[in-house]
Design a binder for this molecule. Structure first.
Ligand code: DGL
Length: 263
């Protein structure tokens, strides 16, 4: 493992590619390997033990591929497994958590909404962060049941998706939120649809940029930043069909490879 080794990124499926986009934009010369564990998606309804063992499996695959750092591009895996991953593997591991803190600090209406999976909203780590930062803010937590399978199937704009988004945001609109936190790495792909539904004063925030910056800063601390002036090699692997990843990442089609692999 050295500076030229890839950054390893995994998610329960295609969603973490929204985080990959931020990482690639910030550090275009880094090599990256992305694992979409779509065969086991959604993680959001699994038990903590199941989420931990899938996260360990994905991390092992990325370490065996020679990755220098692991980015857990999944809120559900981070909030349920990051401590165990960090104590199991001797490699820097970055996680992603819902951006409750910036929303709670910036809300003028003192009312924010959080859309995330059941696994994230029921985790101890999420409760700890929410308790710490939302003492004077009212929080509407909604489980985005059914959204991940539709995104995995590249159904971003179907009627079913529109109905679900309307249903899940209705209690937030009723509570007069001015910030919506996207607590699942799949959901940034829904931002255009959410903007059509939500009142114009609602800002939508996710953690993608913060995770990319944190990854860069940890790599810098460990002397792991790639100093090459060439563009990185960008590999994507999925254990189901390649179509959805290809479709979500079509603007990168000339520079990425997307392959099916069993893991
Ligand atoms: N993309 C994931 C997250 O950030 C998990 C979604 C799921 O598999 O349920 O939470």
């Amino acid at each position: 493992m050295n500076k030229n080794s890839p950054i390893g990124i995994f998610d329960s499926g295609v969603g973490g590619s929204s985080i990959w986009q931020e990482i690639h934009q910030l550090m275009p010369n880094e090599n990256t390997v992305y694992l979409a564990d779509s065969k086991n998606a959604p993680y959001g309804n699994k038990t903590q033990d199941e989420i931990v063992s899938l996260s360990i499996k994905n991390t092992e695959v990325l370490i065996n591929m020679g990755c220098k750092i692991i980015v857990v591009a999944c809120n559900t895996a981070t909030t349920n497994a990051i401590e165990i991953l960090r104590s199991t593997f001797d490699i820097p591991i970055i996680g992603i958590e819902p951006a409750i803190k910036p929303a709670a600090l910036q809300t003028k209406y003192k009312s924010i909404g959080i859309l995330a999976t059941k696994g994230t909203l029921s985790s101890a780590l999420f409760h700890k962060t929410a308790k710490e930062f939302t003492k004077e803010v009212s929080v509407v937590e909604i489980i985005g049941e059914g959204l991940v399978p539709l995104i995995e199937n590249d159904e971003l704009e179907t009627n079913e998706m529109k109905m679900l988004l309307k249903k899940y945001t209705a209690p937030m609109v009723a509570a007069n939120i001015d910030y919506l936190v996207l607590g699942c790495s799949h959901y940034p792909y829904l931002i255009p649809q959410l903007h059509k539904i939500l009142p114009t004063h609602v800002s939508i925030i996710d953690s993608g940029q913060a995770v990319a910056k944190q990854t860069q800063s940890v790599m810098q601390q460990h002397g792991l930043l790639n100093e090459s002036d060439k563009k990185g090699t960008l590999q994507f692997y999925t254990n189901t069909k390649v179509d959805t990843l290809k479709s979500l990442l079509k603007k990168y089609s000339e520079i990425i490879t997307v392959e099916k692999m069993d893991f």
